[in-house]
Design a binder for this molecule. Structure first.
Ligand SMILES: [Zn+2]
Ligand SMILES: [Zn+2]
Length: 349
């Protein structure tokens, strides 16, 4: 017999322990809440971080990069553009649910909200389930020309946009991106559209660098070339005006400081596994560097949608694998092991 009250969800129980469960469907008719039929979910570096931890008290559902179709709406449902949200609308969902009342929110930093809920971050359940209930204001309708997979990756693109927003780029600037993962490759595409040149892109995996090259970056594999040495040499010892660190920090942080010009800016996006960020103090001090930390993003969906629609950014190019919901465990094993030329994994419903 089919149980109409239940649906499939993928839950994380502990380190590397992903199971498919039957859970209750979310209630649909709450005020200002929309129930979304999930269509595509991206697996992100931060999901891999969670997957690697064992301290979860209760099993929970991952997934914060997602898109879907509005299944049902409660009363007073207005979307992220403050328009009435209707059933059947194709939407990308911003996972960030700031309170709107705390001091950071009041000061215009909803990404730093002290009372935030974030879809797919413990204890808030995420989108690796058939249906999910979210605040209507987090839903951003996307045009038919944008596929569900791309719409899911608007979150990744949003982090890249926000990282670039945090510095004031000037005409004629050059840049280095450490890490040719999905965020690094999004940053590369945006910088290209702003005529930043040259843009060095550094990684250890040739398949990622190949895409970086196709997108207009100058690829450097750090297992073969010392990126700091190479970049300093090819810029007449000047370095680049900005460096984006979008790897896992670690050695990359130190390198970033060496590569950037004196008086330049380091934008730190990567989340180090050991929770440590190590710089050489003298390098930072002597060069008078500014270190900028990136925390998620704020209200980037409308601009991200425009960048996609105009073809400024290609997100489909970043997708290397697609899995059905029931094979999510397999998808995580592959992604965590950096196997099979993985770049971005999408779970499709
Ligand atoms: Zn993400
Ligand atoms: Zn707040």
């Amino acid at each position: 017999m089919i149980d109409r009250q239940r649906m499939f969800a993928v839950r994380l129980y502990g380190k590397g322990d992903i199971r498919i469960d039957k859970v209750l469907k979310p209630i649909s008719t709450l005020r200002e809440q929309a129930r979304i039929k999930v269509k595509a979910v991206g697996i992100c570096g931060s999901d891999l971080n969670a997957y690697d931890r064992s301290d979860w008290k209760n099993p929970f559902i991952l997934g914060h990069e997602f898109s879907g179709i509005v299944d049902e709406v409660g009363d007073d449902c207005y979307d992220g553009f403050n328009q009435l949200l209707r059933e059947g609308t194709k939407v990308a969902v911003d996972p960030n649910q700031p309170c709107g009342k705390c001091e950071p929110c009041e000061k215009g930093h909803p990404n730093l909200c002290t009372a935030v809920h974030f879809t797919g971050f413990y204890p808030d359940n995420g989108a690796l389930q058939e249906l999910i209930s979210v605040p209507a204001r987090c839903c951003f309708p996307v045009p038919d020309t944008i596929e569900f997979e791309s719409a899911a990756l608007l979150e990744t693109l949003g982090v890249a946009l926000h990282a670039i927003d945090l510095i004031s780029l000037k005409a004629g600037y050059s840049a280095t991106i450490l890490g040719a993962g999905p965020i690094g490759l999004c940053i590369l595409q945006i910088l290209r559209s702003m005529n930043i040149a040259p843009i060095f892109i550094v990684d250890q995996f040739d398949w990622r660098l190949k895409i970086g090259k196709e997108l207009g970056g100058l690829p450097l594999n750090f297992t073969r070339v010392d990126p700091a040495e190479f970049i300093l040499q090819s810029t007449g010892n000047r370095g680049t005006d900005v460096v984006f660190e979008a790897a896992w920090a670690g050695e990359a942080a130190r390198q970033a400081a060496e590569i950037v010009i004196a008086g330049g800016k380091l934008v730190m996006i990567g989340i180090p596994k050991d929770d440590k960020l190590v710089f050489e103090h003298s390098t930072l001090r002597r060069k008078g560097l500014t270190v900028i930390m990136v925390r998620r993003m704020k209200h980037t969906y409308p601009r991200s949608i425009q960048l996609l629609e105009r073809g400024t950014v290609d997100l489909i190019k970043l997708i290397s694998h697609r899995f059905p919901l029931k094979k999510t465990a397999e998808a995580f094993t592959l992604n965590a092991g950096y196997k099979d030329q993985v770049l971005k994994v999408i779970i499709e419903m």
